[in-house]
Design a protein around this ligand. Sequence first.
Ligand SMILES: NC(=O)c1ccc[n+]([C@@H]2O[C@H](COP(=O)([O-])OP(=O)(O)OC[C@H]3O[C@@H](n4cnc5c(N)ncnc54)[C@H](OP(=O)(O)O)[C@@H]3O)[C@@H](O)[C@H]2O)c1
Length: 114
Amino acid sequence: MSFIDEMNSVNALIVGANRGIGLGFVKKLLQDDRIAKVYTTYRQSESASELIFLAGEHSERLICLEMDISDESQIIKAVQKIYAQVDKLHLVVNCVGLLHEDTLQPEKSLRQLN
Ligand SMILES: NC(=O)c1ccc[n+]([C@@H]2O[C@H](COP(=O)([O-])OP(=O)(O)OC[C@H]3O[C@@H](n4cnc5c(N)ncnc54)[C@H](OP(=O)(O)O)[C@@H]3O)[C@@H](O)[C@H]2O)c1
């Protein structure tokens, strides 16, 4: 049993929600009536079209906030917007990250760690 099972009204924040695992979390949470608000962040609207479309369909529950996590002023702005609407977040999932790029690959064994 998860803590959501014991609550009727849960506010969630998914950071990095425009694609991948984050977008998957958003879709799953929207199917759950116990989730009151889903706050989500994306970096650029050009790569967040599916998330923004979903927000149009669930305008009462899904809120999209622009936030690059390497810019502290954007983090502060997003947090202020959230706490202007709700006094508590019950679930926060950070999906922002970088698994691989041209010169960086995920390590698959301890031998690859330095
Ligand atoms: N998928 C897997 O099998 C797997 C396995 C192990 C670990 N992980 C880790 O789990 C996390 C999520 O995985 P994923 O597959 O969903 O990754 P993904 O599809 O590559 O998504 C990465 C997310 O991070 C965002 N992001 C990157 N830098 C950012 C920044 N400075 N500010 C704001 N957002 C930023 C991206 O936004 P943009 O679209 O704007 O770039 C995107 O939303 C990553 O850390 C990944 O390394 C994933």
